[in-house]
Design a protein around this ligand. Structure first.
Ligand SMILES: Nc1ncnc2c1ncn2[C@@H]1O[C@H](COP(=O)(O)OP(=O)(O)OP(=O)(O)O)[C@@H](O)[C@H]1O
Length: 742
C-alpha cells in the first residue's frame, strides 16, 4: 500500500478522470512525473474558444487516470487508511473518517462510491474490508439481548436501533403494498422495468408474504441447523439464525438465494432491480463480487469486540432525511418524510449528530449490503439531459464501528467511530441538463450547496499555504456543516478530528467551463500561465531579417543592431502584455464568478432573513394571542368567582332568614298570624316604624320566593358552582384548587 504524505489540509484531494465516450476535444492533460503517480494536471480552453489561451495548472494529492480501477481508487486514495483510523489502534478509540466525491454531473461520482452492475464501489469495498477484518470479533447481537441493549444504551444520537434481521423482516418479511419507494437506485432508472430482460411485470403476483426474510435467506438446513427454530418479532429484539457458523450461513444462503425473490428479479443486479410499488428483497447473489480485496490487511484488536451499525441519510433541499425510514404511501396521500436535525443532544453536548436516525446492526456483509440497497431505493435520483441517473440529493452512508474491550470479566464501555461515505449530487447547468420544474429547483439548491462547499474547500486550500488561517465558513448550509463540523479539534472532547478524503471526478471530454470551475476550488494549489509565443517574435524577427537580406542594400541600409534590438524589445513587450492581459482575463472571469456566487448567497441570506422575520412575527403574534386569551380566561374566572361569592353571600343570608322564619312557622296560619303579630308587637316594642315593618314583610316575601327558587335550583347549580369556585381558585394559584380539594 502506498504511503501518503501527511497533509495539513482538512481534506486530501484526489482527482479521478473518467473514461470518455464522446468524440470530443480533450481539454485536460495529466503531467508526466518522475514520481510513482501523477499529481498535476493542466487544462486549456477548447480550440473553438478563441478568446482564451491561458493554461491552468492544478495540483492534487494524486491524479487517477482513466484506466484506474475501483480497487486502485480504494487502496490508493486513502480509503483503507481512513478505515484503519476508524477501527483504531489496539486498545484505543478510533477516529472518524469521511470519504466524499465531488464533480460535475455525470463525471462518475456515484460510479466511484456505489459502483456499477459489474464493479463494486468504495462503499461495498469498505463494508467488505470491515467485515473481513472484524467478523471473528463481532459481538453477537442476534443471540444476546444484553449486548444489543448495551449497544442501544451507548448511542448518543437518539437513534432507533434495530438488528438487521428485525429490520429486514419488518420491511420484506410481510410485503406491505402501501410501502413504496420514490426512487430507485442509480442504475435502476436506466431501464424501465419492462426494458430489463426478465424484469418482473407490473401484474406479477407477489410471493408468499408470510415467509420471514430470514426464512428466505436461511431456510432450515438439517445438516447445519437441525434444531434451531428462531422467532422473528417485528421491531423487537429476537435471536436469529445469524448465530449460525458464518461459513455455513454463507453456503446456506448462496444455495437458497435463488428461491428468495421473484423469478423476474433474476436478471437484475445489485444496482438494477426494477422500480416497484412493492418491496422485493434484492438478491445478494446478483451483487457484483469484483474487485476482490482479500489481500488487503488492516490490523484489528483481538482483545476487542466489535459491532457494525449502518445508517443512511440524504440531504435534499438543505434538509436531512433518513433513507432507512421508508416513506409510507397510502392511497393518494403519501406521508411526508420528517426532516431530521443535526444538533447536539443530551448525551452529546459537545458534538453535533444527526438525531433520530434509524440504525441497523449488521452481523454480516450480506446483511449490510441488503440494508444499503434498501436505503438506496429511497434516495432521490432522476434522469436529466446530462445523466440518465442523476443523484438529486447528497447521499450519506454511515458505517459506525462500535468497539469495546472484551477483557475477562465485565466488558468495557462501547466506543464509536464512524466512516461516512458521501455521494454528492453533481453541479449542473440548466441548459445542458435540460431540467425544468422541480428538477430545476432541485438543481438550484444543489448548485447553491456546492457553491458553499466550494468556498469551504477554497478556504481550506488557502489556509494550508497561509500562516494566518481564516475560518472555514462551514455553517452556511447543511451540507458543509455535515462535512466539516467534525474536522476541527474540539477541546471539550478527546476524540481527534475526523480525517477526510475528497475524490474529485472529472470528464476530460466533458463540459470545460463546469469542470474548470470545480477544479479551481477543489485543487490543493493552482497556477495560471499563458504559453509563451517565442515563435511570434522569432517569426517576425526572422521575417524582418530575411526581408532585410533580400532588400536592396541601397534603398535600405544594412540593419543596424539597434533597430533589431528595439523591435525585439517591442515584440517581447507586446507578448508580455498579452500574457498579462490573458491572466487578468482569467482572474476577472473568476472574480466575476465569485461575485455572482456572492450575490446569490446574499440573495439567499436576504430571503432567509425575510423568512426568519416572518417566522418571528408569527411567533410573537401567536404568543400575544395566547397571552391575551390567558388574560381573558383569568378575567372571566375572576368575574365568575365574584358572582359566586355574591351568590354564596345571598345563600347565607337566605339561610339565616329561612332559619328565622322557621322559628315562627308552626304549620297553621293562625299561629303564623299570631307569630306575625307577636313579631309585629316585638318590632313595635323595639320602636320600629310601621312602614319599615311593611318593607321587611315585603322583603321577607321576596326572600321566601327566592329561597324556594334557590332550593329548586340547588341540586342543579351546586356541583358546577363548586367546580367553578375550585377552578377559579386554581387559576389564581390561591391554594385550594381542584386537585387540592380532591
Ligand atoms: N470510471 C468509470 N468507468 C466506467 N464508467 C464510468 C466511470 N465513471 C462514470 N462512468 C459511467 O458514467 C455514467 C455517469 O456516471 P455517474 O452516474 O457515476 O455520474 P455522477 O457524477 O454520479 O452524476 P450525478 O451527479 O448526475 O449523479 C454512468 O453510466 C457510469 O457508469
Amino acid at each position: 500500500m502506498e504511503h501518503q504524505k501527511p497533509s495539513t489540509a482538512l481534506f486530501d484531494v484526489f482527482l479521478r478522470l473518467r473514461p470518455g465516450q464522446a468524440e470530443r476535444e480533450r481539454f485536460l492533460d495529466v503531467e508526466e512525473t518522475s514520481q510513482d503517480a501523477p499529481t498535476h494536471i493542466t487544462i486549456k480552453p477548447p480550440a473553438n474558444d478563441k478568446r482564451k489561451r491561458a493554461v491552468e495548472r492544478f495540483a492534487f494529492t494524486r491524479v487517477f487516470e482513466e484506466n484506474a480501477g475501483q480497487r486502485d481508487i480504494f487502496e490508493t486514495s486513502g480509503a483503507v487508511r481512513l478505515l484503519q483510523g476508524v477501527l483504531g489502534a489496539p486498545g484505543r478509540e478510533g477516529s472518524d473518517g469521511l470519504l466524499a466525491t465531488l464533480g460535475v454531473t455525470g463525471s462518475g461520482k456515484s460510479h466511484t462510491i456505489l459502483g456499477s452492475k459489474t464493479q463494486r464501489g468504495l462503499t461495498q469495498l469498505t463494508l467488505d474490508t470491515l467485515f473481513q477484518h472484524t467478523e471473528p470479533h463481532l459481538a453477537n447481537v442476534d443471540s444476546s439481548e444484553a449486548v444489543f441493549s448495551s449497544l442501544c444504551a451507548s448511542d448518543v444520537a437518539e437513534s432507533q436501533i434495530y438488528t438487521a434481521s428485525n429490520f429486514l423482516d419488518n420491511l420484506y418479511g410481510n410485503v406491505d403494498t402501501t410501502r413504496m419507494s420514490r426512487a430507485t437506485t442509480p442504475a435502476m432508472v436506466r431501464e424501465t422495468p419492462t426494458d430489463i430482460p426478465g424484469a418482473f411485470p407490473s401484474n406479477a403476483s407477489a410471493e408468499p408474504t408470510s415467509i420471514s426474510v430470514y426464512d428466505r435467506l436461511y431456510p432450515p438446513l438439517p445438516q447445519y441447523d437441525a434444531d434451531t427454530t428462531p422467532s422473528h418479532n417485528h421491531l423487537t429484539y429476537s435471536p436469529s439464525k445469524s448465530s449460525l457458523n458464518p461459513l455455513a450461513r454463507f453456503a446456506h444462503m448462496t444455495r437458497s438465494i435463488a428461491k428468495l425473490t421473484h423469478p423476474a428479479h433474476q436478471e437484475s443486479s445489485f444496482l438494477s432491480a426494477p422500480a416497484s410499488s412493492k418491496r422485493y428483497m434484492p438478491r445478494v447473489s446478483t451483487f457484483p463480487q469484483s474487485p476482490s480485496i482479500d489481500d488487503i490487511a488492516i490490523p484489528t484488536d483481538s482483545n476487542a469486540e466489535y459491532a457494525i451499525v449502518v445508517s443512511m441519510y440524504e440531504v435534499y433541499n438543505d434538509r436531512i432525511f433518513d433513507l432507512l425510514t421508508a416513506s409510507v404511501t397510502s392511497g393518494k396521500n403519501p406521508q411526508k418524510r420528517r426532516a431530521l436535525l443535526f444538533k447536539s443532544t443530551e448525551a452529546s453536548p459537545d458534538r453535533k449528530v444527526v438525531a433520530g436516525l434509524r440504525k441497523v446492526v449488521c452481523s454480516s456483509l450480506e446483511e449490510a449490503l441488503l440494508v444499503l440497497e434498501t436505503g438506496l431505493q429511497e434516495r432521490r435520483v432522476a434522469g436529466t439531459g446530462s445523466n440518465a441517473v442523476s443523484s438529486r440529493s447528497h447521499g450519506f452512508f454511515c458505517l459506525h464501528v462500535k468497539k469495546r474491550h472484551k477483557g475477562r470479566g465485565v466488558p468495557g464501555p462501547w466506543t464509536s467511530s464512524t466512516m461516512t461515505i458521501v455521494d454528492l449530487a453533481g453541479s449542473e447547468r440548466a441548459r445542458a441538463a435540460k431540467t425544468a420544474g422541480s428538477t430545476l429547483a432541485e438543481a438550484g439548491k444543489i448548485n447553491e450547496s456546492l457553491m458553499y462547499l466550494g468556498q469551504c474547500m477554497q478556504m481550506q486550500s488557502d489556509n494550508a499555504h497561509s500562516t494566518t488561517p481564516n475560518l472555514v465558513p462551514f455553517r452556511q448550509c447543511k451540507l458543509t456543516e455535515l462535512l466539516f463540523s467534525n474536522s476541527f479539534t474540539n477541546h471539550h472532547q478527546q476524540k481527534p478530528p475526523q480525517k477526510a478524503v475528497m475524490i474529485v471526478t472529472a470528464d476530460p471530454l466533458g463540459d470545460f467551463n463546469a469542470t474548470s470551475q470545480i477544479l479551481r476550488y477543489s485543487a490543493l494549489a493552482r497556477e495560471v500561465t499563458v504559453p509563451r509565443i517565442p515563435s511570434v517574435t522569432s517569426t517576425i524577427l526572422s521575417g524582418a531579417l530575411a526581408g532585410n537580406k533580400s532588400a536592396n542594400p541601397m534603398s535600405r541600409p544594412a540593419t543596424p543592431s539597434a533597430v533589431v534590438e528595439e523591435l525585439e524589445n517591442a515584440l517581447a513587450e507586446v507578448a508580455r502584455l498579452r500574457e498579462e492581459l490573458e491572466i487578468t482575463q482569467v482572474r476577472l472571469e473568476e472574480e466575476t464568478q465569485r461575485r455572482i456566487d456572492a450575490e446569490a448567497s446574499w440573495t439567499t441570506a436576504e430571503m432567509r432573513i425575510d423568512e426568519v422575520e416572518a417566522e418571528i412575527r408569527d411567533e410573537v403574534f401567536n404568543e400575544m394571542e395566547a397571552r391575551l386569551e390567558q388574560e381573558q380566561r383569568r378575567w372571566r374566572a375572576a368575574r365568575d368567582e365574584e358572582l359566586d361569592r355574591q351568590d354564596e353571600h345571598l345563600d347565607r343570608k337566605l339561610e339565616i332568614m329561612a332559619r328565622g322564619i322557621e322559628i315562627y312557622e308552626d304549620g297553621d296560619e293562625d299561629k303564623e298570624n299570631v307569630n306575625v303579630e307577636a313579631l309585629s308587637d316585638g318590632v313595635s316594642k323595639l320602636g320600629l316604624r310601621n312602614s319599615r315593618l311593611e318593607e321587611l314583610e315585603d322583603e321577607n316575601a321576596q326572600l321566601r320566593e327566592k329561597l324556594a327558587n334557590v332550593e329548586r335550583e340547588k341540586g342543579l347549580r351546586s356541583p358546577s358552582k363548586k367546580m367553578r369556585v375550585l377552578k377559579t381558585r386554581k387559576w389564581d394559584g390561591s391554594g385550594m384548587g381542584l386537585d387540592d380539594g380532591l
